[in-house]
Ligand binder design. Structure first.
Ligand SMILES: [Fe+2]
Length: 174
């Protein structure tokens, strides 16, 4: 899978997991599902930043859609992180918690729409298939490392096509 394909799979996986979190019948399940989703969001953000947006900013420069996206991405991520921190202080399943997790879902959906609609197609044009494949391999290696998998081993954390994509707990870059 090349980098953009992999990220699109992670987007649909996260979308499906938000539905599970917000649709959970009881507070314990909601808390559990939400705790499981957070490291996946963190990992996804780290992959985008490290393997796409930081190199693209260096290559394209400010004042171009791709060069400027890194800064927009960082701003969106900072907002989402604030909301996540607030959600973790709220009682899982409570109206306040639902409002916060809903707001996170909304913010991420908007962000994903911009990525998939405007940013990813531009990256595909600029980088071409070969480079996207290499970036995808580097991302998958990073996912495997996060999962503690042996190099080259296809672990259960490997991102798969379809709705069962999984990812490992994240290591933050900063
Ligand atoms: Fe994304």
């Amino acid at each position: 899978m090349h980098a953009i394909q992999l990220l699109r799979v992670m987007h649909s996986d996260a979308k499906m997991r938000f539905k599970l979190v917000l649709g959970a019948d009881d507070a314990a399940t909601a808390a559990e599902q939400w705790a499981a989703l957070q490291p996946k969001l963190d990992l996804h953000e780290r992959l985008e930043d490290e393997f796409l947006y930081t190199p693209l900013q260096a290559e394209m420069g400010r004042g171009t859609p791709l060069g400027d996206w890194d800064a927009i991405h960082e701003t969106d991520v900072a907002l989402v992180k604030q909301l996540i921190a607030a959600s973790n202080k709220a009682q899982a399943g409570s109206p306040e918690w639902r409002m916060l997790v809903g707001a996170i879902n909304d913010a991420l959906s908007k962000h994903v729409m911009a990525e998939e609609g405007q940013i990813f197609p531009r990256i595909e044009q600029v980088w071409g298939l070969e480079r996207l494949r290499k970036a995808g391999q580097a991302m998958q290696a990073s996912i495997d490392r996060s999962a503690g998998a042996k190099p080259g081993a296809r672990s259960k954390e490997t991102v798969k096509t379809g709705s069962t994509a999984t990812a490992a707990p994240a290591r933050r870059r900063r």
